[in-house]
Design a protein around this ligand. Sequence first.
Ligand SMILES: NC(=O)c1ccc[n+]([C@@H]2O[C@H](COP(=O)([O-])OP(=O)(O)OC[C@H]3O[C@@H](n4cnc5c(N)ncnc54)[C@H](OP(=O)(O)O)[C@@H]3O)[C@@H](O)[C@H]2O)c1
Length: 192
Amino acid sequence: MSAVSIIGTGNMANAIGGVFAKGGADVTYIDRANTGSAPLAGDVVVLAVPYPALADIVAAYGDQFAGKIVVDITNPLNFETFDSLVVPADSSAAAGLQQQLPTAKVLKAFNTTFAATLAAGKVGDLTTTVLIAGDDTAAKNTLAGLVTAGGLQAIDAGALSRARELEAMGFLQLTLAAGEKITWTGGFGVVR
Ligand SMILES: NC(=O)c1ccc[n+]([C@@H]2O[C@H](COP(=O)([O-])OP(=O)(O)OC[C@H]3O[C@@H](n4cnc5c(N)ncnc54)[C@H](OP(=O)(O)O)[C@@H]3O)[C@@H](O)[C@H]2O)c1
């Protein structure tokens, strides 16, 4: 059985953990109070926290991320203006995380799927698709295996440099939902 750690106990933690558990993975949730002290079980660690918390988590676990698949799901929005990302336009939250954790295998995933569509497994009539970007192909295959075992589709979206485009997509989708042009149970779907 695959073991996965999820840091965070909010909407996305539960939705992602639910997908993994459905696929038979052993999921350990780490809440805020135990962040830094709870061990990181398994090879895959999902950081299901707001973007500003990434710095705290890097500081808390540091070298313990070495060799792990670290999944960044954040949409690093400026939530005061709702009009820009807070990361440089030629980079991404995930690229910044990889710089801070050079010995980890950082992936960007889940940021283009609302929690409700992960839990439902559907976006409208379509199977929910998780887009995964990263530089380590084996790591992407591991995450894709967990996602598909849980009943969703997974697509390798390319190198970690594609995280910038995934974050732009996630940003756009959030503005559409916040502007009530789409619902929080809807969003982008993928037809192969
Ligand atoms: N919701 C969505 O549909 C969606 C879709 C795509 C991407 N995302 C991204 O997913 C991430 C999580 O969103 P969410 O909707 O799940 O948020 P949420 O329900 O508010 O959950 C956030 C979790 O992070 C924890 N946390 C916050 N700061 C922390 C810190 N410094 N150390 C440890 N844990 C900390 C919170 O703990 P406490 O409960 O103690 O505050 C909570 O468990 C965000 O980056 C968001 O941009 C969300």
